[in-house]
Design a protein around this ligand. Structure first.
Ligand code: GAL
Length: 459
């Protein structure tokens, strides 16, 4: 593969609930995921993140493995209830100390911390007492929590991500009910999305007015989006693919880059889509120093204006009945163990779509990766399919750069196998294999490939 620019940032990503464990240790309060995992049938095999990879105690070993891969950066998330057990009020010293030590250890190894403030583990008290993300005060609670993080870690953290994948929080948490807090509704996702955008923008405003000048960091949001390819070249299918992208990524990125929700969403969702005041619009517009993108797969989009479309659990781009798009895959596409199709060119097309629609922003791929049932042969974890996945997605990313897209960094999901939400521990996304009995970590072949690839890039 040709060279990426030498200023390119290379990293891997994780999130707190998926790896940390220590769910009730050292003063941490319960989160909505701690509670959700207790409901029988919600998680494959009724597993939980109570122990996960026990990164809480193994973080030094994990950082050494990152160092061995030659990574520049590590993206992790802070567990809000570890910092503030109830989500408001008193802060927890032991939680602050843990992240402080993690950050110091990364910096000692020349690895830049990229910190996500919210990767889905809302303090349970905020759900029970304040209605979680559909409560009217949630954006203020979030900003107060973020303030604590900037105050304690901002001297050393120069890259902040406010919220990971608001689409997932809204759609899977409040629309389909398959993720915490497990609610099903066709209006709550839009209210939750609205509050998530406000929480993001208020936090960015706080960082910019109170910290950015002195601390000198940058701040943004990570949105997820699949690519939507028109099923046929008909004007209807092309419009459907565009509509699907606007319902998926435009829902969150349009307010931030263009100042309001996409027109098509306002038209199709009607009263269920809340509206921003003029003051909110101007606070939200421009509230991201970079465009964080999490990308995993591609589907075909066809027009379904005249049909009743049912919402499906995964791989959908919004409430299907609102979008009026029917989605499908090509039987010739290979799939990962999540049944997500492997379509590297979809990644390039999505990067180019973002570049055009949002005025050529600096983009960081904050997640890209795949789950496979890795084979252990002679003690080695064989994951050639994962290596091929990374190679092909990186090739297409490089093509996007050569076509003028300002892609500045890439974080592989994930550093190690972990608690994959509703799929429990069955789905393995890691570059490192984790034996969940002994908690031993072993680099997979893909991690070794990545290490060699990076050393080639750095010559
Ligand atoms: C993303 C999420 C990660 C991880 C990944 C693979 O949506 O941010 O936490 O689970 O998907 O499913």
């Amino acid at each position: 593969m040709n060279q990426f620019p030498n200023t390119f940032t290379w990293g891997t990503a994780t999130s707190a609930y998926q790896i940390e464990g220590g769910w009730n240790l050292n003063g941490k309060g319960p989160s909505i995921w701690d509670a959700f995992c207790q409901i029988p049938g919600k998680i494959a095999k009724n597993e939980t993140g109570q122990v996960a990879c026990n990164h809480l105690e193994h973080f030094k070993e994990d950082i050494l493995l990152m160092k061995q891969m030659g990574l520049d950066a590590y993206r992790f998330s802070i567990s809000w209830p570890r910092i503030q057990p109830k989500g408001y009020g008193k802060k927890n010293k032991a939680g602050i100390q843990f992240y402080s030590e993690l950050i110091d250890c990364l910096l000692e190894h020349d690895i830049e911390p990229w910190v996500t403030l919210y990767h889905w583990d809302l303090p349970l008290a905020l759900q029970l007492e304040k209605d979680g993300w559909i409560g009217d005060e949630i954006s203020d609670y979030f900003t107060q929590y973020a303030d604590i993080c900037f105050e304690h870690f901002g001297d050393r953290v120069k890259h902040w991500i406010t919220i990971n994948e608001p689409w997932v929080v809204a759609m899977l948490g409040y629309g389909q009910g398959v993720f915490a807090p497990g609610r099903s509704s066709n209006s709550e996702p839009y209210k939750a999305g609205h509050e998530l955008i406000k929480a993001h923008a208020k936090t960015v405003q706080l960082y910019r007015t109170k910290y950015q000048k002195e601390q000198g960091g940058i701040i943004g949001i990570s949105n997820n989006c699949d690519w939507r390819e028109p099923l046929t070249n008909s004007p209807e299918d092309r419009a459907s693919a565009q509509r699907a992208l606007e319902f998926f990524l435009g829902w969150f990125a349009d307010p931030i880059y263009l100042g309001d929700y996409p027109e098509i969403m306002k038209k199709k969702v009607g009263d269920r889509l809340p509206s921003f005041s003029e003051e909110e619009k101007s606070m939200i517009k421009g509230s991201s120093d970079f465009f964080g993108l999490n990308h995993y797969t591609t589907m075909y989009a066809a027009d379904a204006s005249s049909k009743q479309v049912k919402t499906s659990v995964y791989g959908n781009g919004g409430l299907s009945e609102d979008q009026q798009v029917s989605l499908s895959t090509d039987p010739s596409w290979k799939q990962t163990s999540m049944n997500w199709s492997i379509v590297p060119w979809g990644c390039r097309k999505l990067l180019e779509w973002i570049d055009q629609r949002y005025g050529h922003p600096e983009i960081i791929i904050t997640e890209n990766g795949c789950a496979f049932d890795d084979q252990i042969i002679d003690g080695h974890i064989q994951d050639n399919q994962r290596q091929e996945f990374y190679q092909s997605y990186l090739e297409e990313s490089l093509k996007a750069i050569n076509n003028g897209v300002k892609l500045k960094g890439y974080f592989a999901w994930s550093f190690m196998d972990n608690f994959e939400w509703a799929s429990g521990y069955e789905k393995r996304f890691g570059l490192h294999y984790v034996d969940f009995e002994t908690l031993e970590r072993t680099p997979k072949l893909s991690a070794l490939w990545f290490r060699d690839f990076l050393s080639g890039q750095k010559k």
